[in-house]
Design a protein around this ligand. Sequence first.
Ligand code: SF4
Length: 233
Amino acid sequence: MREIQIGGLVSFTTIDYPGKLAAVLFLVGCPLRCEYCSNPHLLCTGDGEYDPEKIFDWLRSRVGKLEGIVFSGGEALMQSDATINYMSRVRELGFKIGLHTNGFYPETLKRASNVIDWIGLDFKATREKYPDLTGQHIAYDNMIRSLDIWLATGKDFEVRITCDPRFITKDDLIEIANILSDRGVKNIAIQKYIPHFESDDNKTTDASRNQFFIDSELRNHINAIFPSVIWRE
Ligand code: SF4
């Protein structure tokens, strides 16, 4: 089996695993090509920059100082068994395991579900807009399957919606909220789109990015649907 490919590390964070002091490992490779990707250097498969065994030694030194380790990317599940095995080893050190995922690999998520304690799942747009945003025609259906698989585990999670005004409208946001509510989702995070890259090409404005966050009627409507809504502005 191929060794896990790690392309980045954040050694300390209080925001990537809710309620836990954590570190984040960024794994190489992603099957999607989102317009707004903030980690384009991680998209290609290839050799990771970090030696997994050195990272593991460092993680061992963090026992008692950190509570959780988050696997992010890219898409961490793209490395399949290499990721699951590494997660198992890290969990045996006593850490909680978090996963940030686009939901593209539902069967891998199912196999990994006994070693993962929490996930943050991206719900990027309505079904119609997913292919334009992600470059993948099956990404939406896979994500919904991942959502249902994780719901069946009964474990904690958060669904994250990034409001890029090129791909999401206020009506879309309400449609997505209703889909999630109908499935019994309790925790969602609505995230402001921040244009870091040339891909945005000045196609969005402050006003278009802020529209979801300054509309009190929209906020109240969504806040009333879920027990927990985080508005990340
Ligand atoms: S799923 Fe995430 S890592 Fe992959 S292309 Fe989209 S934003 Fe980038």
